[in-house]
Design a protein. Structure first.
Length: 507
């Protein structure tokens, strides 16, 4: 800590102002960004502890469950993302100094270049990508530390964090393959017993995930490797967008400096523990796979976060003067981006079209929406995003999704039993009056009540009487079963392996 304070004291006034402004704007984003649908969705995971969830492995749900034991507060949840960025910057500092002759000052500048980067700015919401990057960097750091010290506590820590990275999101698998390739490349130099022990811990995490999938309709596998890849076609725009995204996340200035310093190396008493080699092995597999994905699908901005974060360690080859410029460039870039976001948030009503305002009110004016809705009684929405957001804002854990055949956000399928609702009256919130026609066929009669949210937005509350479960099963549940709950015949099955099929007699 004293070394960090000493380093911060060496910053000039301009650098201190940039750092302070970056931190203040990031806190402002944490406070002002409305609860997003995905963020609310993961919070509901934390309220329903499980070995796994429909869309992804369970680590984000576990983290939010633990945090929820303290308080159910959005700023509290988001604080995890803020401090994760701080911890990742510290881990990058530690990583570039493992068994190398990189000076402490250079390491601090590298860490600061990450901390004020656009990647760090993205650490505002606590989602599965936040958890993924934190556990991945922790895992890689302890892997490097274990290879250096051969301390069994570091070995166990590496295995646990790498296993948790896998249980955060499947993208971690490519990082794990890179580390395995690194271990095989330098197998004569490493303690193979310790490497195998780390592998064994990671395989326990893999086994946990496979057990969950085998007993839950292969949800994760079907969603990530089948449902999400249905619409695939070549588009050069996706490739160029992906490459541009990598350049922006890693910093154009930083990459230019790396290009100029491409022949520069660092001295290391043990070359196989060179942090540059380690992060390249860890990062390239995912970047290569995502490049292949970009040939046929759009790549999300958050998908390469593990790799671009780890690759910040490459900047250790830059001079102190170059790193100072890089920190200034990254800080200005992030500050401008944060200001644009904050201005956009304050002008959201003017910037979005009138057709979109119907959707936005759920997130920007939830208190007005909740005022019209049942306090403790169940009600339904037509999508997982609004369902999760309203469950959080209205303090009602009995909000569910009705008539959705989307591949996204199907965790609510576990929490509902439409068969048990046969003949009952259901309350459904819709954002457009025309949506009433989607639900009308499933009831003997419906009453539509307008809900004036503001001068430009009116929602509608439907009271549907005598729910027709048989028609709903035919029109909705069978479709959902065929698209999202039916694994190929060659997938192994376990007794009781698909509760959705059993619940609705779809075996």
């Amino acid at each position: 800590m004293s070394n960090l304070i000493a380093f911060l004291n060496t910053l000039n006034l301009h650098q201190k102002l940039l750092l302070g402004l970056f931190v203040l704007l990031k806190i402002a984003l944490i406070l002002m960004v409305p609860l997003t649908g995905d963020e609310a969705y993961f919070i509901t995971w934390g309220q329903n502890l499980s070995l796994g969830y429909y869309d992804h492995p369970p680590a984000v749900g576990w983290v939010l469950y633990v945090m929820g034991q303290v308080t159910d507060n959005l700023v509290w949840y988001r604080s995890f993302a803020f401090f994760s960025a701080v911890l990742i910057a510290y881990l990058i500092y530690k990583m570039v100094r493992i068994d190398s002759r990189v000076s402490q000052t250079i390491a601090f500048w590298v860490a600061l270049a990450f901390f004020v980067s656009p990647i760090s700015l993205m650490f505002v919401v606590t989602a599965n990508d936040t958890i993924l990057v934190l556990f991945s960097v922790l895992g890689v750091y302890f892997f490097a530390k274990a290879m250096h010290s051969q301390n069994w506590l570091d070995v166990i820590s590496a295995g646990l964090f790498l296993g948790l990275a896998f249980l955060s999101k499947y993208f971690a698998a490519f990082m794990l393959l890179g580390l395995l390739a690194y271990s095989l490349w330098y197998w004569k130099k490493l303690n193979l017993k310790q490497v195998l022990f780390m592998v064994a811990i990671v395989l326990l995490a893999v086994a946990e995930n496979l057990y969950f999938n085998a007993t839950h309709c292969w949800n994760n596998i079907l969603f990530n490797f089948f449902s999400r890849t249905e619409a695939s076609q070549f588009d050069i725009g996706n490739v160029l967008t992906y490459l541009g995204m990598i350049v922006l996340l890693l910093s154009p200035m930083g990459l230019w400096y790396l290009l100029k310093a491409r022949n520069k190396t660092i001295d290391s008493p043990t070359p196989y523990l060179n942090p540059i080699k380690l992060v390249i092995f860890s990062s390239i597999p995912l970047l290569a796979i995502l490049f292949l994905v970009s040939l046929t699908n759009a790549v999300g901005l958050h998908w390469p976060l593990i790799s671009v974060t780890l690759l910040y360690a490459l900047y250790l080859v830059l001079t102190e003067q170059q790193l100072k410029r890089l920190v200034t460039f990254n800080a200005y870039f992030s500050i401008v981006a944060a200001v644009i976001l904050l201005v956009a948030l304050s002008l959201v009503d003017q910037l979005i079209s009138s057709s979109q305002k119907h959707h936005v009110a759920v997130y920007t004016q939830p208190e007005k929406v909740c005022a019209f809705l049942p306090k403790d009684e169940p009600f339904y929405t037509l999508g997982y995003s609004s369902q999760s957001a309203l469950a959080y804002h209205c303090g009602n854990d009995n909000v569910h999704v009705f008539a959705s055949t989307s591949k996204f956000g199907r965790e609510d399928d576990k929490l509902t039993d439409f068969k048990a609702l046969k003949g009952k009256t259901l309350t459904i919130l819709i954002t457009h009056e025309k949506d009433a026609e989607k639900v009308r066929p499933f009831f003997s009669s419906v009453h539509v009540k307008p809900l004036p949210i503001n001068d430009e937005t009116t929602y509608y509350l439907i009271e549907g009487k005598a729910f027709n479960y048989d028609l709903y099963r035919e029109e909705v549940l069978i479709t959902v079963n065929e698209k999202f709950y039916s694994a190929p015949d060659w997938f192994p099955t376990m007794s009781g392996g698909c509760e959705f099929k059993k619940k609705y007699d779809l075996q």
